[in-house]
Design a protein around this ligand. Structure first.
Ligand code: AMP
Length: 113
């Protein structure tokens, strides 16, 4: 269950995180293994496992996560940045609590690996 992931433990304050933004719907913190000068994860407080498990009722929340990512990008001084949501193990998801990666501060290649 998404509640029992490491991100669930952060939301419950059981383990620390390097927080950059927080509100009633989400938390944003620096990735512990940054892939760029700025690498922040934005997670919903609601324990959704992945984008696959999101429903219509989560539409506003999903939009909010993207707006927060853009807000944090601005806060971090980024004009250009990438947002990524990995869904499922084959796509690179390792923590099964939905999260938006905000990556920036260096040129990024496309397509991703
Ligand atoms: P994903 O592979 O898309 O599921 O992304 C999970 C991300 O969580 C990876 O980039 C990890 O480096 C990051 N991560 C795992 N544990 C922690 C932690 N304790 N604090 C911050 N980021 C973490």
């Amino acid at each position: 269950m998404a509640n029992d992931t490491i991100f669930g433990r952060m939301l419950r304050g059981e383990i620390p995180c390097d927080e950059v933004y927080s509100d009633q719907h989400c938390l944003a913190f620096r990735d512990i293994q940054p892939q760029a000068p700025v690498h922040v994860l934005v997670i919903p407080r609601k324990p959704l496992e992945s984008l696959r498990s999101a429903e219509e009722e989560n539409a506003e929340l999903l939009g909010h996560l993207l707006l927060v990512a853009a807000r944090v990008a601005k806060q971090e001084g980024l004009d250009d940045f990438r947002t990524v949501i990995n869904t499922g193990a084959e796509a690179g998801q390792t923590v099964f609590h939905l999260h938006v990666h905000l990556i920036g501060g260096r040129p990024q290649a496309w397509p991703p690996g």
